[in-house]
Design a protein around this ligand. Structure first.
Ligand SMILES: [Zn+2]
Length: 280
């Protein structure tokens, strides 16, 4: 092959790669006003699987990376909530309205029970209360996120957890005891005390060789059976879960096929592998 022919193929290869990356990575951006502030939904679409990935905790970057890789490899839609514009990444959304600062966890806003939503909005600074206007602002965001993902027959939520042990020694060698952080163990009833998680769980499969940070929560038995047969740890949410405003419970009430992929912060490779199980 002549040097010119080689160069030609090389240039074709480069331009194709650039086009592919550009096509895959350019999101549609929707800006949503929340009082004096705005948040954004970045919506990535790639042809292929009819799955919508919901990434709503901005600081859980490993799951976003795994989700982007997944839609590049298998296709799908990915919606990610962006609300920090100073370079930081935060779990909770904060906004100002009428001289008061409010905050909420964007995975505690999907509910038809208004009192659950009211209770999940906190006043951080200022003297005003959570009134109907504040409620409407948050409800609008919930509707917009839900409508984006609910248009697909399958929703896959992407999350990362810390999964620190309940007792650990910090850098000053003080023993620190924290409320036990979230893992698949949260779904097991212990000492006869059922947690909200346990109340919402009807079946569980644990692969003892996998870290307890990496698991799925699913709303349908067929997904439970499928993932368990692939030896992935999985929790089947029951038909009457506790309404905490989380998307998994809302999806169950709306009879949506929903799978939540949980992995520890930073475990991109493990979570990418988990998403592969859904697509293959
Ligand atoms: Zn999360």
């Amino acid at each position: 092959m002549s040097i010119y022919l080689k160069l030609f193929f090389f240039l074709v290869f480069i331009s194709r790669s650039i086009t592919t990356i550009a096509q895959d990575l350019v999101p549609e951006i929707k800006t949503i006003t929340m009082g004096d502030d705005t948040v954004q939904l970045y919506i990535y679409v790639s042809p292929g699987a009819n799955i919508a990935y919901a990434h709503i905790h901005e600081n859980e970057t490993a799951s976003l990376e795994a989700g982007i890789t997944s839609i590049k490899n298998y296709g799908g839609k990915l919606v990610t909530l962006v609300h920090s514009f100073d370079g930081s990444k935060n779990r909770n959304v904060t906004f100002m309205y009428n001289t008061t600062q409010y905050q909420f966890d964007p995975n505690r806003i999907y509910t038809d029970n208004d009192s659950v939503l009211y209770n999940n909005i906190k006043v951080v600074k200022g003297t005003n209360l959570v009134d109907t206007e504040v409620f409407k602002i948050v409800k609008n965001l919930a509707n917009q996120i839900w409508n984006e993902v609910a248009s697909a027959p399958t929703i896959v939520a992407l999350h990362n957890n810390k999964n620190t042990p309940a007792e650990y020694t910090n850098f000053l060698f003080w023993k620190k005891v924290e409320p036990e952080s979230y893992s698949i163990v949260s779904y097991i009833m212990r000492s006869d005390h059922a947690s909200d998680s346990n109340h919402s769980c009807s079946d569980i499969y644990i692969n003892a060789s996998i870290n307890n940070s990496e698991f799925f929560i699913v709303t349908e038995k067929r997904d439970f059976d499928l993932l368990a047969s692939k030896r992935s740890s999985v929790v089947l949410q029951n038909a009457t879960p506790v309404d905490d405003g989380s998307m998994s419970v809302f999806a169950a009430f709306k009879n949506k096929r929903y799978l939540n992929a949980e992995a520890k912060h930073g475990r991109v490779a493990e979570q990418t592998q988990m998403l592969k199980l859904i697509n293959e």
